[in-house]
Design a protein around this ligand. Structure first.
Ligand SMILES: [Zn+2]
Ligand SMILES: [Zn+2]
Length: 155
């Protein structure tokens, strides 16, 4: 399944195509995740959703994020900093900046040959793979210096 959910209209179209109806709460949660490419934590999503639904709880946001991920509307990734959610459900890899902690999408074509090589060398049938790149992002490189990983996350 390859879907490009990069904008709210695309999300709506996808939902309609799947014949699913979302509650307003779930729709807003989904919109918040799709509005950022920062691979947000549940806490980040909660802070944004609360602006529109002041009475929502973090537990409710978290539960809905997990469910949306299980239903394929979002991707979920386990990270040293906790569970993060990804509005980009198309296959792709990630680059994590060790200076600012930001996670960037990397097109899968950069690593497409890996599966074929493994299959040839090992005889495995590779169904899926995950590649993680680590380094310093362009913004951090431009700032020079080696800023340590900060505890708090972008918000
Ligand atoms: Zn950075
Ligand atoms: Zn991603």
């Amino acid at each position: 399944m390859i879907t490009k959910n990069t904008s709210a209209p695309a999300v709506d179209a996808t939902l309609r195509a799947w014949g699913l109806r979302l509650t307003r709460q779930r729709r807003i949660i989904l919109e918040v995740v799709h509005a950022t490419d920062a691979h947000p934590t549940a806490a980040f999503v909660y802070r944004r959703v609360r602006r529109r639904l002041p009475r929502v709880s973090l537990a409710t946001v978290y539960r809905n994020l997990r469910r949306l991920a299980a239903e394929g509307f979002l991707a979920e990734r386990a990270d040293p900093s906790g569970v993060r959610f990804d509005g980009n459900t198309a296959p792709h890899d990630h680059f994590t900046c060790v200076a600012c902690g930001r996670i960037y999408d990397v097109p899968t074509r950069a690593t497409r040959g890996v599966r074929a090589r493994i299959a040839v060398r090992s005889g495995f049938e590779v169904l899926n793979h995950r590649v993680e790149f680590y380094g310093r992002c362009g913004a951090c490189r431009r700032q020079g210096g080696r800023s340590p990983v900060k505890g708090q996350r972008r918000s």
